[in-house]
Design a protein around this ligand. Structure first.
Ligand code: AMP
Ligand code: MG
Length: 412
């Protein structure tokens, strides 16, 4: 089934809001048998909406829109669908009552403009929205399906899971697309590519390679009549990738580096504490994104100035002789925080986020230190000097160094 997405809202065209809704849907549609061929972004103009809907209906079986279902005059998705199908919009009394109830349950009276959200056309059915006031539409006509979802990501995702996927299963069963992503570290894009060269060029499964902040990723895409058939097509290629890159693969599919570190620490029964400088707490924040992180994360210190590093146990002589952004200081940070928190591992980060250098050290340079009972090590990195890139890449490097260290420790 050929599908396309339309993200609706002038704020998306202005770059004020990033279109995350299309990414969410595009990741989920292939497994439902929908091949996404186009992703469109369009502003809140009725003639532009009508044009994009007409083009979509001429080339796709399914169109999914997000946005433009609100109560204000610039919310025109319903209006545009009615126009392209030549149908008349009418207020649905049941829907109007349920909207009024929604407001009553919150102790207020429904503003008159919200009545617009109770509109339907003869070919539409309601997708209920338990998270907000904008009901979605499922419209089937002339062998085409248009699904209109709200713009607010949490409302859209909830409606997708609870309302759309059951209906979609009924119409989209021609073929199923399954994907598998392998996440690697420690190798360049060309090095990863060379190890699996033989797999490129095949159509089914198709192999793509992507560079991401957390390393190089390989993605296999297989198409089959059933989920089982598609998985069967993936299997030999998966085995080949695992064989070629085993020691460099840190994760599969949705797994994050934070998840990986969390699993490795838990499997080994180890705890960690961190002392961060240039990342300003981002490593602690990333580690605590994982549910249950209190089992292994003892805590973190942001020692941003020289003085606070000294107060947190770094020897001032080391700072004086090596400079505050140095391997010796980051190792001392890792050792100090490990001692003060009584954790199995201590991790330190010091670097220059920029734009100005720190002493002799140019922006973009950072060091990661890892301390354990009886040892300490550090790595040096350089990335393009942009504050947010330096911070994020330093966190990624710290997590990768933690994985590499943890691999040397036995499980159990
Ligand atoms: P709307 O349904 O058009 O009133 O959109 C409501 C809000 O949802 C907007 O103000 C945006 O903040 C957000 N939003 C709309 N479309 C998207 C999108 N494609 N991706 C992420 N957020 C969106
Ligand atoms: Mg809008």
């Amino acid at each position: 089934m050929r599908g396309e997405l339309i993200a609706i809202g002038t704020e998306l065209l202005m770059g004020e809001t990033v279109d995350t809704n299309s990414a969410y849907l595009a990741q989920r549609l292939p497994a439902m048998g929908v091949e996404v061929r186009f992703v469109n972004v369009v502003g809140d103009q009725i003639e532009d909406l009508v044009e994009i809907f007409e083009r979509g209906l001429s080339r796709s079986d399914l169109i999914i829109t997000t946005g433009g279902l609100g109560p204000t005059d610039d919310d025109l998705t319903r209006e545009a669908i009615a126009r392209v199908f030549g149908e008349k919009i009418e207020t649905d009394p049941d829907l109007l009552h349920s909207l009024q109830d929604f407001f009553r349950n919150r102790g207020t009276v429904m503003p008159p403009s919200n009545a617009k959200q109770a509109a339907l056309i003869p070919s539409s059915r309601v997708l209920s929205n338990s998270r907000g006031t904008a009901p979605g539409w499922w419209v089937e006509k002339n062998g085409r399906v248009i699904v209109a979802l709200p713009g607010v990501p949490l409302e859209m995702e909830h409606m997708w899971v609870n309302e759309v996927t059951p209906l979609l299963r009924g119409v989209a069963n021609s073929s199923v697309i399954m994907t598998r992503t392998f996440k690697t570290f420690g190798l360049s894009e060309s090095a990863v590519g060379e190890t699996v060269e033989g797999l490129f060029g095949d159509r089914n499964p198709y192999l793509g390679i992507y560079a991401r902040p957390d390393g190089i990723q390989l993605r296999l895409i297989a198409k089959g009549a059933t989920e089982r058939e598609a998985l069967g097509l993936l299997a030999p290629a998966e085995a080949q990738i695992i064989k070629a890159l085993e020691s460099n693969i840190w994760g599969v599919d949705d797994e994050t580096l934070e998840d990986r570190v969390a699993n490795m620490l838990s499997e080994r029964g180890l705890t960690v504490a961190v002392m961060e400088s240039c990342t300003g707490g981002l490593l602690s924040s990333s580690i605590t994104d994982v549910p249950g992180s209190s089992a292994f994360f003892q805590g973190g210190v942001v020692s941003y100035t020289e003085n606070s590093k000294i107060q947190n146990g770094v020897d001032p002589e080391i700072i004086k002789s090596h400079g505050v952004v140095s391997a010796s200081v980051v190792e001392s940070m890792a050792e100090s925080v490990r001692t003060s928190f009584g954790s199995d591992l201590g991790v330190g980060i010091t670097g220059v986020a920029g734009p100005d250098p720190v002493g002799e050290v140019a922006p973009g340079n950072f060091y990661i230190g890892i301390a354990w009972a009886g040892g300490v090590s550090s790595t040096h990195h350089w990335v393009p000097p942009n504050r947010s890139i330096v911070k994020r890449r330093a966190v990624v490097s710290a997590l990768i160094d933690m994985c590499n260290y943890l691999k040397t420790r036995p499980v159990g």
